[in-house]
Design a protein around this ligand. Sequence first.
Ligand code: 1GP
Length: 280
Amino acid sequence: MTVGAYCNTPLQKSLYNSVNFFIKTMSTYEKLLKIKQERGAGFLVLVDPDKNNKQNLPAFVREATEAGVDGFLVGGSLMLTNEFEEHLQTIKRNTTVPVIIFPGSLFQVSAVADALLFLVLISGRNPEHLIGNQVIASPIIKKIGLEAISTGYMLIEAGKTTSAEFMSNTKPIPHNKPDIALAHALAAEYIGMKLLYLDAGSGADFPVPNEMVAAIAKHCSLPMIVGGGIRTPEEARKKVQAGASFVVTGTITEENNHKSLIKDFAEAIHSSATIANRKL
Ligand code: 1GP
């Protein structure tokens, strides 16, 4: 039963309709900010169509949504499948939370999604990922009316060469250099970007260090997504306590897609946020 079913008086009904209309007309970026403000931090699950089992996808998406996931990221560094859009459609059909493209290449643009992280790989010095691909993709994004969320993407040393590092041909920020990471984050803020994504890369041996997340959260006001190599709810909790606004899991939720684990992640992320996490 929906909340609307409990609205009996005309005033209650009108208030319910206004709130509903407001939520429906919010941009995906506004919805992310709302999650950050209300829950302190959000849980995003990455679906990589190359790694995901297509047969299990509808049930996985429904269960993850019921378990408290705040959004799905869809994308991958390679994309060996030609079923990217089919995956997006399946996810959209089975969830009510935002479905956001996390593009690994120019081929990962589609109007089926609610939005796209318009990534600029600020930690690297490869012009293709700083401006080249963005120029090629922009007219298409405009034409299909897709919401593009300007995101400063930073690759952080992961203990091994990840696909993201190899495919982007960039050097990650050293694990033990929070000051360098902070300088990049501040540059993203001053340039006018809307989000930061600190990524150790999928399957990283070790995740983005908590000290790095904390240094950025202390001095930079951009909402911060943190992902790569996060395998336990406890690890996710530490990222939120350090100041992450959103935590991403991909590999662990692909390998072990039990509703109970996803619920544990969601609870750890939502329950450990402080007032500082809620700040916009
Ligand atoms: C990778 O941040 C994501 O870009 C998720 O990483 O697969 O290691 O969870 P994992």
